[in-house]
Design a protein around this ligand. Structure first.
Ligand SMILES: Cc1ncc(COP(=O)(O)O)c(C=O)c1O
Length: 322
């Protein structure tokens, strides 16, 4: 039977209220309703937490739920913890094992978004990173597309990306997402789907919550990890897929006006997946439709994350016994 190629993920909106299910909190699997923090919690007051966003894709044919690059996400969480001086008592593998346990206990048979969170849990006033109690939690929720995967309209934001010596983008820090929220909210209020953010040096950094790619004359281009971006796991996956497809790529700074002469443009991120941008600042990108390189990458990514391509099996952790 022909395998279904999906670029978009079926499921509820990311704006649904999260109420049900089991989560990991204070070292145990507990109902989400019992996993609460006090209003005086440090992270709630000062944004002193870090987090991850991981997807698990449901494969109906195989009746399997695949966690996408779980270990890499937890390794990045531990690096964010290091930057924020958060003591995480678990290894990346242990956190992944708890995630499998949560998803299985919730008996999910659909696409899921997983949110690990490590934060300063002390109930104190002092603004610091040292000498505080830390906590680690993981919850999950059924979720479809975060944004549509075809035909997004983007705008160059007048909110600048936070730079490494202000709030490091490399660490997925809860407080840092104010920067993303301001840019995204301004863009969507003005009728765009997404904001492209410039670094303080005026060059392209990334989108509000996804990494950013353009195609120029057949070459894929993305910004380097020194451009105040989150070191994206999907970004790395896209480069790996480009290699397999024989698409040449460059990792280099992108000038603002390159956006106006690019042939193709897309977002890459766990939430966004691979989502084509077909207009920027109300100008069409290329011919104003999803381009052929973006389409090829979307199709291969869609198969890889659902366990439909053996070459990428090592990206995936199955939730149910094989
Ligand atoms: C600011 C930002 N950049 C990039 C990404 C993409 O990273 P990843 O592919 O690891 O999800 C995200 C999260 O999805 C993000 O929030």
């Amino acid at each position: 039977m022909a395998q279904v190629v999906a670029t978009s993920a079926q499921g509820p909106s990311p704006k649904q209220e999260i109420e049900n299910g089991y989560c990991f909190f204070k070292g145990q699997i507990v109902p989400l309703a019992d996993a609460n923090v006090n209003i005086s919690t440090h992270a709630l007051n000062y944004g002193t937490g870090c987090f991850e966003g991981i997807r698990a894709y449901w494969n109906e044919e195989q009746e399997q739920l695949y966690i996408m690059k779980g270990l890499e996400h937890y390794q990045r969480l531990l690096k964010s913890c290091k930057i924020l001086k958060i003591q995480c008592p678990y290894t990346a593998q242990q956190l992944l094992d708890y995630t499998v346990e949560i998803l299985a206990k919730n008996q999910y048979r659909q696409n899921v978004y997983i949110r690990p969170l490590a934060f300063k849990a002390s109930q104190v006033i002092k603004v610091t990173l040292s000498g505080l109690r830390d906590e680690v939690a993981i919850f999950a929720v059924p979720m479809g597309d975060y944004v549509k995967t075809e035909g997004l309209s983007a705008v160059v934001s007048n909110w600048q990306r936070v730079s490494d010596n202000i709030i490091p983008s490399r660490a997925k820090v809860t407080g840092g997402y104010i920067n993303a929220a301001l840019a995204n909210d301004a863009a969507t209020t003005d009728g765009y789907d997404e904001a492209i953010m410039l670094s303080t040096d005026g060059q392209v950094s990334e989108a509000s919550s996804a990494n950013f790619f353009i195609v120029r004359e057949g070459t894929l281009v993305t910004t380097p990890i020194t451009s105040d971006i989150l070191e994206g796991i999907t970004r790395r996956a896209v480069l790996q897929l480009a290699d397999a497809l024989g698409i040449p790529y460059e990792v280099r700074a992108i000038d603002r006006t390159e956006l106006y002469v690019a042939d193709e443009m897309f977002l890459a991120g766990t939430g966004a997946q691979i989502a084509s941008i077909t207009s920027v600042d109300r100008r069409p990108v290329g011919d104003g439709t999803t381009g052929p390189i973006t389409e090829q990458l979307q199709a291969l990514y869609g198969r890889a994350v659902r366990g439909q391509d053996e070459r990428y099996r090592d990206w995936l952790t199955p939730v149910y016994g094989e």
